[in-house]
Design a protein around this ligand. Structure first.
Ligand code: ADP
Ligand code: MG
Length: 389
């Protein structure tokens, strides 16, 4: 893993103007923040900077305003939640003046960065103007570090750049899980489609000892092995790719041997467990079966590190949550007993962890969706690279 500098490496923080990129892209419904976890997790960085007497300016994006001001996507609601002032100052004289007025330990939030076209364009001119009143840049937004945007990439070349505490925590956890993990290492990849996670599967095959393929993407692998998948969600055009993955993998691959099927995706549908060899129309495969779950659990018993992305079934609609919940609870128990290091990420994966009531029992849950996936693909993340060069 490449080296980056962190907050304790900053020689002097007192009276310094610090620009901090955070990810406060939180879900908002009817004018209320429905999940504050992304904001809450930047608090340690904020406290550190305040306690060291820095003048702090936070920047973030919210939603996709596409380079135009949109009152619906104002960060006002976030400023209120944080109890700090929201400044409308734009890069240039306005921002210079606003920053000059800050006192040590004071915090200010700037308006949604994506109101300006230069943000997503990674505009170096905007980066220069933005950087001008600051002494230091801190990136605490791992969740957007897969985007080469101005506040993530270009700006890091304009100022001495450091990783914030959350960024550091994310990078260390991911490194512990894949770069230098304790073996045996297992990855559980599930979810809706093979196509969105092809690269992930190909990269993981080279790194893990056991790869568990679940969710609808397992259907494509079952089809590739010659099974009938009935009316299941499947990507038949990826059969050959699936076959190649199966043939070339240097790891053990676990694919369901039995499944839970129903003839419609609904809570009232009659669900049946059956071996994969008996699936036929009008069956839809909606979850891993009990035999498969037991096989994964047995493997988990001898595993030291597990990376999780994607549910094993349609966990939003019981009883098709049984496989996902059982596996997540087993991982939680083994993690809590000190037998397993568990790292999870992905939007629906986090929802599944909450559904199984084990969000606080994993070793680490990444705040990132897209960045976590790109990292699993083995990609270099522009925001992280910029901190190291
Ligand atoms: P993440 O957001 O964690 O990366 P994905 O977005 O890839 O996960 O996939 C999550 C979705 O996959 C869930 O909405 C779930 O209902 C769906 N899914 C899982 N298994 C199946 C299945 N067998 N058939 C259809 N959809 C499935
Ligand atoms: Mg998803």
């Amino acid at each position: 893993m490449t080296q980056f500098k962190t907050l304790p490496d900053i020689p002097q923080l007192k009276d310094k103007a610090v620009l901090v990129r955070v990810d406060m892209n939180v879900p908002i419904q009817d004018g209320r923040i429905t999940d504050t976890s992304r904001i809450d997790r930047i608090q340690p960085t904020l406290d550190y900077l305040i306690n060291h007497g820095a003048k702090v300016v936070l920047v973030s994006h919210l939603g996709r305003p596409k380079g135009k001001a949109d009152p619906e996507l104002s960060l006002k609601i976030i400023a209120d939640y944080l109890g700090v002032a929201l400044s409308q100052a734009q890069a240039g004289d306005e921002l210079d003046t606003a920053v000059a007025k800050l006192k040590p330990g004071q915090v200010m939030l700037l308006e949604n960065l994506r109101f300006y076209p230069g943000e997503e364009a990674n505009d170096p001119v905007l980066a220069k103007a933005m950087a001008k009143p600051f002494d230091i840049y801190v990136n605490d937004a791992f969740a957007v570090s897969h985007r080469a945007h101005m506040s993530v990439e270009a700006i890091a070349h304009q100022l001495p750049a450091y990783a914030g505490l959350l960024m550091e925590e994310e990078l260390m956890a991911l490194q512990q899980a894949l770069t230098s993990p304790q073996h045996p290492l297992m990855a559980i990849v599930g979810g809706a489609k093979v196509s969105t996670k092809l690269q992930v599967l190909e990269n993981l095959c080279q790194k893990v000892d056991t790869l568990v393929i679940g969710g609808a993407m397992a259907n494509t692998f079952l089809l590739a092995q010659g099974y009938d998948v009935g009316a299941s969600l499947v990507e038949s055009e990826l059969c050959e790719t699936a076959q190649n993955i199966l043939q070339q993998a240097s790891c053990t691959i676990l694919i369901p041997t039995d499944v839970t099927v129903a003839d419609e995706v609904s809570a009232t549908a009659k669900s049946i467990d059956k071996p994969v060899s008996e699936v036929c129309l009008p069956d839809m495969i909606l979850d891993a079966g009990p035999e498969t779950v037991a096989a994964i659990e047995e493997m988990l018993g001898v595993t030291k590190t597990v990376v999780i992305n994607g549910p094993l079934g349609v966990f939003e609609i019981p009883p098709f949550d049984l496989g996902t919940v059982a596996i997540l609870k087993t991982i939680a128990r083994l993690t809590q007993a000190g037998h397993l290091v568990s790292v999870a990420g992905g939007g629906d994966t986090v929802a599944a962890l909450k559904h199984a009531e084990v969000e606080s029992d994993m070793t680490y849950i990444s705040t990132a969706g897209g960045a976590f996936l790109e990292w699993l693909e083995g990609c270099k993340l522009p925001g992280v690279e910029a901190l190291t060069s």
